[in-house]
Structures are given as structure tokens and as C-alpha cells.
Design a binder for this molecule. Structure first.
Ligand code: ATP
Ligand code: MG
Length: 567
């Protein structure tokens, strides 16, 4: 491709709304352009990268025995009503009406559609197991679209769905898909980690997310210092402390804490550690409000809380007015003593003694509080986020935390969808039985952004070779004036093209400085500079984008040199 015949629109300015480097670089290279909030055009340059990722994904899915198909993006409401997700999915679901007033949604995912397809197409256990996939546009009306295509509203997803007669068969396919995902991210050239994930509302028997490790990642990944345990922090269990509760030493006292509302304010005011204070959060319960109690220095894990039978889902903190009704005070003074509701304490709280808690009266706290002697709880649960130094849940080593970008998610669904949608087959005994399902997704467009987060420097992108928009870029110096340069450049360009190398020839009439800056911004792995000076010695200049080392190579050896690098 010659630059003058391509559409290359690089930009110097970084758009104001681009907070993270991948978003900035995707706009500056001109890979994407914004249409509206969370909506992007993929330019010819961006699409080249996207197609390469799609190709790797498709090849690995095919190799794993999955069958490609395409389902409509627009889905009838009726299917979503069968699974009750029409109401439960929430505001992410873009609902639309057709001219006759019938309800539809733009698919944020395709479990309903594929289950409907399967119940019509699959009648016998003999057709199982089978896995279908598609690479297709999804829409989710994200509350805060941001980071460019990383969290967009319209994005490209690969979603696969497997159907089985039983859970053992599902587990088998799940393991194969896990391996296929590892192959995909390895081939793309990313540093990634499969982690245990929360299986949420749907339940199911297992789930893993695939994370690309990067500081800008929105997820926290907990991993062990000594084993290969890794989990999304949402899921990482915090083991019960091995210590037992010390005997009470202090007397129960009521103390004035004027205007001290947060844990830190109370700790500073009383000159004690937040570890000696407990915080009580009132949340919506299934029947009545529930109190969740944590140590002052610990963070609530909302996913763990929402998974408890007593706690309403979605997780909702009570409003000030509702708090007043339960605790007769504002949020800063809620406490466990004489609190008239179901109290669930974190494992760490259950072994505390002589602690400080709100007094259920504005501007007052209680100190020297002890379980059993002064007050009690109803239930002990794991409620908090794991933190650095906690013991690893598998008993080996301690927890460390890294940031990750979720690029894929695989899920053992079980038979929830098949049950609610009556997707049944005849089993070996001729009896009708609900199918067991798995689902497996990859955020194809998000992978592009994640790859840039992991591969860039201050000059621009450094593409992993497998997904670079072009493999080689030729930069001619003074081609318009030097017939010799022009000849050398065209010869090399044609040779590489004939060999099937994806080569970009920058034939623009621009200053060399601009040409080099663009090449570095674009991140093409291999750069060849051809000018009179090196040609005088029968040589051209080769530079790798990754290490930015320039070397001179004999003009008649450059093709071999490149081929050995590309092999
Ligand atoms: P997240 O936690 O990031 O919102 P999710 O867990 O809701 O994602 P899934 O339902 O697991 O997403 O979707 C499958 C994959 O689609 C995700 O792993 C992610 O790579 C991608 N994805 C999800 N939401 C978006 C989005 N708004 N923009 C781009 N990619 C997305
Ligand atoms: Mg997910």
C-alpha cells in the first residue's frame, strides 16, 4: 500500500476526553474516529488490526471444533421475557419498537437467541455436544462509556455457546475453550492471565475471565505469590482469620464524636487505628434491610454481598431517609448495638473485641464494645475485598494485586437458560431432558485497545507483529529528486509485495522528520529507510520499532534480512 493511496490521518493533538493511552493513540493514529458517545468508526487503518484479531480468533475457534454462524443483532422482546431478563438486565439493554409497536432490543449478548435456535434445531442427544459462535456487533447502553473502544456502547464481540447432555461433557468443552483462549491471546502476543471469576446471578458451576495485565485496567486481579491461583478481586475469597477473639478488656462507654462521620475522622479524633472501629452499612435485603459490618480499614465487596441470600440484588445501599427509619441517625453514626435488623458481619469483625461502633444517635459512638457481652450478630460471612498480604485462598503464599483488562469471559451456564426456555432433547433413554450450556466471549474491539495499553512508548504504538496493520514500512528520503532512491524504493516495495509481505510505502512529499514521527506513532514493526547516503555504500537502513536500533544492511540482502525476521 502506498500512503498517498491510503487514508492516513494522523493527529498531533490528543483529544480532551481520551484519558488512557490506548484511546489517545487510537485517535492520534486515526484508527478510530468518534461518531457519538461510545460509538466509533473503524477507519481502514484500524480495521486492518481488527480483522487480524478476528482472524486469529476465528482460526482458533474453528480448530476447537466450533461452528460459525450469524444471529440477528435485533432480538424480539418475547425471548427475553421467557428468561425474565427483559426486566432484570437493566438499563444496559437498549429497547426499541418497530412500526407496529412491537418490542425488540439490540442484542447486548445472545443467550436467548441461541437457546431459541437450539430448541428448534436440536432434538436428540446424538446431535450433542455442539458449539456455535459468531463474531458480531453488540450494543450495551453503558452508563459511562469511556476509554474509547475499551468501554464503548457498540462493540464487536466473539460469542460462542455450547450445548451438552450433561455437566461432564460441558466441563470437557470448557477445558478445550480455556485452552483455545490461551492460544488466541498468545498468538496475538499479549501478556494475559486467566482468572477465576464470579458466576454472579446466573449461578452456574464455574467461570474464568481472561485479563490483559495493564495498569489502566478497570479490574483488580488477586494472585498468589507462590501458586498459580488468580482470581478477579470480586471473586477472591478471604479466609477466616486463624486467631480467636481476645477477651474483653475495656468497659462499654458512650462518647461524643461531634461531626465525625467517616471512619478516618473518627479514628483521628479518638487517636486510634481504623482497625479498632467497625463500619455498619445498611443495604436493601430480600425482605427487610440488612446490616453489613466490616472492619474500618476493610473494603466491602459488593459482589460477595449481593450473592448472599439475605441481600437484595442488585446491591443497593439504603438512602438517608431509610437509614433514619432503621437506625434513628445519619449514616455516620450507625452501630451494631440495639440495631433492629439482621446483622451480617465480616469474618474479620467476628473476632474483634473492645471495638468502636456508631451509637445509632447522631454525633455519638460507643467504645469498648464486645460481642456477646454487649451485642450480637446473626451471621458471619466473607464480605470484604482481599488485600495485599492476605493468605491466598488455596493455602499457598499470600495475595498480590495487579490491574487487568477483561478481554474474555468463559462460563459454565448449566441448564438455567434451557430450563426457562424449554430447550430439551431426547436422551439415550428416550426421555426429554434440558440441555446443559456453556458460553464463551471475547471483546474483539477491546482486545485492540488492550494490546496498545501493553505495547507502546512515548513515541506511539509498538504493534505485536501478528496484529500490526502493516508489517514493514518503507521510508524514502528525497525520492522526488533522486531517481536512484525512487528506483530502490520501488524495487523493494514490489519485491516485498510479491512475497506477500504487508508493506506500507510512505510516498508522501513531506519532511523526513514528519515521516519518521508518523512511522513511530503507527508502530509498524519493521522500518526501512532508503536514501542517497546509504545507497552510496550499497546499503539501506533497517530499524525495529520495538528496540529502535538502526542497522545498515546491504541493499541486496534486505529482503532476506526481513524474511528471517518475519519467519
Ligand atoms: P465489563 O465487566 O467490562 O463490563 P462484562 O463482564 O459485562 O464486561 P461480558 O458480558 O463478560 O462483559 O462480555 C464479554 C466481553 O465483551 C468482555 O469480556 C469484554 O471483553 C467485552 N465487553 C463487555 N462490555 C464491553 C464494552 N462496553 N465495550 C467493549 N467491550 C466490552
Ligand atoms: Mg464478563
Amino acid at each position: 500500500m502506498k500512503t498517498t493511496q491510503f487514508h492516513l490521518q494522523t493527529r498531533k493533538e490528543t483529544p480532551a476526553d481520551a484519558e488512557i493511552i490506548s484511546h489517545q493513540l487510537m485517535i492520534r493514529t486515526g484508527m478510530i474516529s468518534r461518531l457519538g458517545s461510545g460509538l466509533y468508526n473503524w477507519t481502514p487503518l484500524g480495521l486492518k488490526v481488527l480483522r487480524k484479531i478476528e482472524k486469529i480468533v476465528r482460526e482458533e475457534m474453528d480448530k476447537a471444533g466450533c461452528l460459525e454462524m450469524i444471529m440477528p443483532t435485533i432480538q424480539p422482546a418475547g425471548l427475553w421475557q421467557e428468561t425474565a431478563r427483559w426486566d432484570k438486565y437493566g438499563d444496559l439493554l437498549l429497547k426499541i419498537k418497530d412500526r407496529a409497536g412491537r418490542d425488540f432490543c439490540f442484542g447486548p449478548t445472545h443467550e436467548e437467541v441461541i437457546t431459541d435456535f437450539a430448541r428448534k434445531e436440536i432434538k436428540s442427544y446424538k446431535q450433542l455436544p455442539i458449539t456455535f459462535y459468531q463474531i458480531q456487533t453488540k450494543f450495551r447502553d453503558e452508563i459511562r462509556p469511556r476509554f474509547g473502544v475499551m468501554r464503548a456502547r457498540e462493540f464487536l464481540m466473539k460469542d460462542a455457546y455450547s450445548f451438552h447432555l450433561n455437566i461432564d461433557c460441558l466441563k470437557d468443552t470448557y477445558a478445550k475453550m480455556h485452552q483455545a483462549y490461551c492460544n488466541i491471546f498468545e498468538r496475538i502476543g499479549l501478556t494475559f492471565r486467566p482468572v477465576e471469576a464470579d458466576s454472579g446471578e446466573i449461578g452456574g458451576t464455574g467461570s474464568h475471565e481472561f485479563h490483559v495485565l495493564a495498569d489502566s485496567g478497570e479490574d483488580a486481579i488477586a494472585y498468589s505469590t507462590e501458586s498459580d491461583y488468580a482470581a478477579n478481586i470480586e471473586k477472591c475469597e478471604v479466609l477466616a482469620p486463624t486467631k480467636s477473639r481476645p477477651e474483653p478488656q475495656q468497659e462499654l462507654k458512650i462518647i461524643d464524636t461531634p461531626n465525625k462521620k467517616s471512619i478516618q475522622e473518627v479514628a483521628d479524633f479518638l487517636a486510634i487505628s481504623p482497625k479498632k472501629i467497625i463500619k455498619t452499612l445498611l443495604v436493601a435485603g430480600v425482605d427487610a434491610p440488612v446490616a453489613l459490618v466490616l472492619r474500618g480499614d476493610h473494603e466491602l465487596n459488593e459482589i460477595k454481598a449481593a450473592n448472599l441470600a439475605e441481600v437484595a440484588s442488585p446491591f443497593t445501599l439504603l438512602e438517608d431517609e431509610e437509614i433514619k427509619q432503621v437506625a434513628q441517625c445519619d449514616a455516620g453514626s450507625i452501630g451494631v448495638k440495639d440495631l433492629n435488623c439482621h446483622i451480617i458481619v465480616d469474618r474479620a469483625v467476628a473476632i474483634m473485641s473492645d471495638f468502636v461502633t456508631g451509637a445509632n444517635e447522631d454525633d455519638k459512638h460507643l467504645s469498648g464494645v464486645n460481642w456477646q457481652r454487649d451485642t450480637s450478630f446473626n451471621q458471619v460471612e466473607d464480605l470484604r475485598n482481599a488485600k495485599v498480604g492476605d493468605p491466598s485462598p488455596d493455602g499457598k503464599g499470600t495475595i498480590k494485586i495487579a490491574r487487568g483488562i477483561e478481554v474474555g469471559h468463559i462460563f459454565q451456564l448449566g441448564d438455567v437458560y434451557a430450563q426457562s426456555m424449554n430447550a430439551v432433547v431426547l436422551n439415550e433413554q428416550g426421555k426429554s431432558q434440558a440441555m446443559t450450556m456453556g458460553c464463551y466471549s471475547i471483546g474483539v474491539t477491546r482486545v485492540v485497545a488492550a494490546a496498545i495499553e501493553q505495547n507502546h512508548d512515548e513515541k506511539g504504538i509498538i504493534w505485536p507483529q501478528q496484529i500490526a496493520p502493516f508489517t514493514v514500512v518503507i521510508l524514502p528520503m528525497n525520492m522526488k529528486k533522486s531517481e536512484r532512491v525512487k528506483q530502490a524504493v520501488n524495487d523493494l516495495y514490489n519485491q516485498l509485495k510479491n512475497l506477500g509481505v504487508e508493506v506500507l510505502l510512505d510516498d508522501r512529499k513531506i519532511r523526513p522528520g514528519v515521516m519518521f514521527a508518523d512511522a513511530e506513532l503507527l508502530g509498524i514493526p519493521h522500518q526501512i529507510t532508503i536514501g542517497d547516503r546509504s545507497l552510496d555504500d550499497g546499503e539501506v537502513e533497517y530499524k525495529s520499532r520495538k528496540d529502535m536500533q538502526s542497522i545498515r544492511v546491504k541493499q541486496d540482502e534486505i529482503v532476506d534480512h526481513l524474511q528471517s525476521l518475519l519467519a
